[in-house]
Design a protein. Structure first.
Length: 274
């Protein structure tokens, strides 16, 4: 049975070939090193219309034997939580066709670190932000053994896959159009939160500083939260705002979103904390 999971931003995905489908308790021991990505795969790139931008991905072979690495690009989709996932559907703002990597797998000698180049060629009529998934997949496997209940050793094969998102900002073009929608107080594992629906009707994909201030009817600042969130053009996501130890009551919540662009977005709500 093959189990396949894929995560982003330098988290390794594992394809595990197991001889059994259920493990009560298991311990894995690797017998050789993995080729690892060094640094961030997810990145923001700024380019002019018609420009070709050179980028590199650094990988390290932690084993003693040489290994080959493939790099390829794929369309992405963004969920309600803002996380990206690989997709078989092409979004109108996909930049996958702009990306060009090595035509053949790259050999990484044992114990060495190398930089693998790729290019981004921006069309002359592009405007706003575009994005594409970049996948780094070392060839070969790592042998492991899983010990089940201290009785049986099960051989497994582990294949590493790294994935990230390349956001391309076409310099001096596009705009954000942030729409704050419903705000709902809900319970989470860590306590009460405000779940805020936000939609970007623009064509950029900037990182925003989102700030939420909770004011009493007397004008006192009772609670404040600030965090960074990427709001991708054409997508909606749910922002979760922790309420901490804010006392129960009714408050005015003022939310702002700032991406260091000319326009600042804000909205005011009335929220009741039970």
């Amino acid at each position: 049975m093959i189990i396949k999971t894929r995560t982003l931003s330098m988290l390794v995905s594992l394809l595990i070939l197991l001889a059994v489908s259920t493990l009560s308790t298991a311990n894995a021991q690797a017998h050789s090193g993995l080729v690892q990505v060094v640094g961030a795969l997810t990145r923001d790139v700024r380019a002019k219309p018609g420009e070709t931008v050179a980028q590199t991905i650094t990988v390290q072979n932690t084993g003693s034997e040489p290994a080959y690495v493939d790099i390829y690009f794929q369309d992405m989709a963004f969920g309600q939580d803002g996380r990206a996932r690989l997709s078989d559907e092409t979004h109108p703002r996909s930049g996958t066709s702009w990306m060009t990597g090595p035509e053949e797998p790259i050999l990484v000698p044992g114990g060495q670190t190398i930089a693998i180049p790729f290019q981004i060629s921006v069309p002359g009529d592009a405007s706003g932000s575009y994005w594409a998934g970049v996948i780094v997949r070392p060839e070969g496997v790592v042998g492991q053994s899983w010990n089940i209940n201290d009785r049986t050793n099960v051989p497994v094969r582990v294949i590493a896959q790294y994935a990230g998102v390349v956001f391309v900002d076409v310099d001096g073009s596009g705009q954000n159009s942030i729409v704050f929608e419903a705000a709902t107080v809900a319970e989470s594992d860590s306590g009460p939160v405000v779940e805020l629906q936000v939609r970007n009707e623009g064509d950029r994909a900037d990182l925003f500083t989102v700030r939420a201030q909770f004011m009493s009817d007397a004008g006192e600042l009772v609670h404040e939260e600030a965090f960074r969130a990427r709001l991708v053009g054409g997508h909606e996501r749910t922002l979760v705002i922790p309420l901490g130890d804010t006392p129960p009551g009714e408050y005015t919540m003022i939310v702002t979103a700032d991406a260091d662009q000319p326009q600042l977005f804000a909205r005011q709500y009335r929220v009741r904390i039970p």
